[in-house]
Design a protein around this ligand. Structure first.
Ligand code: SF4
Length: 360
C-alpha cells in the first residue's frame, strides 16, 4: 500500500499531463487488457487527455473474446446426464444462441462457479460417478493454473475431470489488429497480467516486427499516465520500441515456473476469437499425452450453427473499430441487468465499463 501511495503522486501526474499536452498530432493508443480498460474509466483518464489522444479498448477481456459457439457447446454439455460444469463466474451470464448457463442452472443443471480449476479437482474427487468439466477460457494468465489442474489430475489418476478447451494467447492477436487497415493504432499499452507470465520478450519481438511502440504497464492510474507519456514520446520520435514500466512485477523472461507448466501440458494452436475470427497461433490446446482430459475427446458434442445477434457490436468493439455508445442496444436494451452481449457482462468488458463509469 505504501508503494501505491508513493506511486500515485498528483504533482507528477500534473507534470506528465502537461508534457503530453504538447503533442500536436492525432494519436490512437490501444489498451489491450480489460483491467486497463476498467482503470482508465474508473480513474477518468480519458477526461484528462487532450482531444487529439484517443484511447481505444482492445480484445483483452477473456469472456468477451470467447465465441458464442463455445458457450453453446458448454450449454449442450450441461444438459447431458451425470455432468457437473464448473466455471469462473462471468461465463454463466454470457448468452449463447438460445440460452445461457445461468438459465440452464435455473432449470436444475449442475453448473457451479469456482474460483480456480483446482476447486473443480476437489469436486471431481467428491463426485467420482460424474464427469466434472471446467470451462477452460482465459489468456496466458489463467493457463498455468489450468495446466496445473491437469497435471494434478494425471498424477492422482483422476479420470472424471476434463476441460472444454478455450485458452487464448495474446501477441499474435495484437498482430491481427495491426494488419487491419481500418484500425490504425499508433501505440499499445501491453497487457500487464499477461506480461507477468510471458515476460516482456514476446512484446519486444512483436513491436520490432510491427514497428509500433508499446509500454508494459501496471494498473494504477499513475502507471497508465506514465505509459501514455512514454507512448506519445515514442510515437512522435517514430520509435517502434517497448518499455517495461511494470518491472516491479514483470520480468523480461516472465514467470519461468508458470511457463514451464504451460509448456508441459499445452501446445500452441489456432483459436477462434469473437470479432477477430480464427487466428493462427493464438490458442493453447492439450498435448496428445493429456488429450484424455479434453472433454471433446471423451464425449460427442453436437455441432450447431450459432446464431449471430447482428445488433450487438461486441465483435467490432473488441477490434477497436466501434464504441459502446455506437451500439443501438446500449443502455436502453442492453445493460448489466439485461446483458445482450459479453462486453456488457464481464467486469472487464468495454460496454460494462462505459455503462458504469462513462457519461451516459
Ligand atoms: Fe453488445 Fe450490449 Fe455492447 Fe451493444 S451494448 S455491443 S449489445 S454488449
Amino acid at each position: 500500500m505504501e508503494y501505491i501511495k508513493k506511486l500515485n503522486n498528483p504533482k507528477l501526474v500534473e507534470g506528465l499531463l502537461k508534457e503530453i499536452s504538447y503533442n500536436k498530432r492525432p494519436i490512437k493508443i490501444m489498451e489491450v487488457c480489460g483491467t486497463h480498460t476498467m482503470s482508465i474509466w474508473k480513474n477518468g483518464i480519458k477526461e484528462l487527455l487532450p482531444q487529439n489522444i484517443e484511447l481505444i479498448s482492445g480484445p483483452g477481456c477473456p469472456v468477451c473474446v470467447t465465441p458464442k459457439s463455445y458457450i453453446d457447446k458448454a450449454i449442450e454439455l450441461s444438459k447431458k446426464d451425470n455432468i457437473i460444469i464448473t466455471t469462473f463466474g462471468d461465463m454463466i451470464k454470457v448468452p449463447g444462441s438460445n440460452s445461457s448457463l445461468k438459465r440452464e442452472k435455473a432449470f436444475g443443471r449442475d453448473i457451479r462457479i469456482v474460483l480456480s480449476p483446482l476447486d473443480s479437482i476437489k469436486i471431481a474427487k467428491k463426485n467420482p460417478k460424474k464427469e466434472v468439466i471446467f470451462l477452460g477460457v482465459g489468456f496466458e494468465t489463467t493457463a498455468p493454473i489450468i495446466a496445473l489442474s491437469i497435471d494434478i489430475a494425471e498424477k492422482e489418476n483422476i479420470k472424471n475431470y476434463s476441460i472444454l478447451q478455450g485458452l487464448k494467447t495474446m501477441p499474435n492477436a495484437i498482430k491481427t489488429i495491426i494488419i487491419d487497415p481500418e484500425i490504425n493504432i499508433d501505440g499499445f499499452i501491453y497487457p500487464g497480467h499477461v506480461s507477468t507470465i510471458i515476460g516482456v520478450k514476446p512484446f519486444y519481438d512483436l513491436s520490432k516486427e510491427i514497428k509500433i511502440p508499446g509500454v508494459v504497464a501496471g494498473f494504477q492510474y499513475m502507471d497508465i499516465i506514465v505509459a501514455i507519456y512514454f507512448l506519445v514520446k515514442m510515437i512522435n520520435k517514430k520509435e517502434g520500441k517497448v518499455k517495461n514500466i511494470y518491472n516491479r512485477v514483470v520480468k523480461y523472461e516472465g514467470n519461468k515456473r508458470a511457463l514451464s507448466m504451460i509448456d508441459k501440458i499445452f501446445t500452441p494452436s489456432s483459436s477462434i476469437w469473437r470479432g477477430l475470427g480464427n487466428i493462427e497461433n493464438t490458442g493453447l490446446i492439450l498435448k496428445k499425452k493429456y488429450n484424455s482430459y479434453n472433454i471433446e475427446s471423451k464425449l460427442d458434442i453436437k455441432e450447431m450453427k450459432s446464431k449471430v445477434n447482428k445488433d450487438c457490436l461486441c465483435g467490432e468493439i473488441l477490434k477497436g473499430k466501434r464504441k459502446p455508445i455506437e451500439c443501438k442496444l446500449f443502455v436502453k436494451i442492453c445493460n448489466p441487468s439485461n446483458p445482450i452481449g459479453p462486453c456488457m457482462i464481464s467486469r472487464e468488458g468495454s460496454c460494462g465499463a462505459y455503462y458504469t463509469y462513462g457519461k451516459i
